[in-house]
Design a protein around this ligand. Structure first.
Ligand SMILES: [Zn+2]
Length: 239
């Protein structure tokens, strides 16, 4: 079973299998209080949370992972190339001007999103004391047996996470289902100002389109049942 958590601006996911839970990303740090009610509605408790698996090291995905590890010793996994950033809480270098993210302020949606993110802790990069690094194609020993597929571009270590038993694909920010600045809905690659390499992000889409998943879950925007191939095609058409 999968639950979509977070808000209209940022999503993270709870995957429950055989009574155990994996979180896919940990939202913004201000979302910590969402966890217990979500667990309760699945008939589970914090003791059942066995792992947090991060799609990448950005603060709106690392969120409260470090806090959860400190309080409950929960293992946190991230791709090797994003592991230093996750541990050290370092921001990434994006392509183009570092002020590029400020173009968010030109749009009403972007202004609301930015205000929400700052109010929920995104200005401060979250840190996780101890991370377990994984590599491309690894199948993780966590509830849901997630398989990591390296999809660099948004960050160097970005991965999509595939849960075959749930027919689910968690794409993090390899693809967004809403424009994070303008609010325009639909599958798309994140704006250049948010990526380490937009060219690489488009190349990485080839690693997603052949996956067999009935639902695609995004870091931003509503889940889609159109299938990975259609989602990727729609994003390419937006270029
Ligand atoms: Zn994000």
């Amino acid at each position: 079973m999968i639950q979509t958590l977070g808000t209209e601006f940022v999503h993270f996911y709870l995957l429950e299998e055989d009574g155990e839970v994996t979180l896919i990303d940990a939202g913004l740090s201000g979302y910590r209080d969402q966890l217990e009610p979500a667990l309760a509605s699945a008939g589970r408790s914090i003791e059942d949370v066995k792992a947090v698996v991060l799609t990448h090291a950005d603060p709106d995905h690392v969120g409260f992972a470090g806090v959860l590890q400190a309080s409950h010793g929960i293992r946190v996994y991230v791709h090797r190339s994003d592991s230093d950033r996750t541990r050290e809480g370092k921001t990434k270098k994006t392509e183009g001007s570092p002020l590029g993210m400020l173009s968010m302020l030109s749009y009403a949606h972007g202004r609301r999103a930015l205000r929400h993110m700052i109010a929920n802790g995104a200005a401060k990069q979250s840190k996780v004391a101890e991370v377990i690094p994984f590599d491309d194609s690894d199948q993780l020993d966590v509830p849901g047996r997630l398989r990591a597929i390296h999809t660099p571009g948004h960050t160097d270590g970005h991965c999509v996470l595939y849960a075959p038993s749930q027919n689910a694909l968690f794409v993090g920010d390899a693809l967004n289902n809403v424009h994070i600045f303008t609010g325009k809905p639909g599958p798309q690659v994140a704006p250049a100002a948010a990526n380490t390499s937009t060219d690489q992000a488009f190349e990485s889409l080839a690693r997603i389109e052949d996956l067999d998943a009935s639902t695609v879950y995004f870091g931003h925007g509503h889940p889609s049942t159109a299938g990975p191939r259609a989602v990727v095609a729609a994003a390419r058409a937006q270029r």
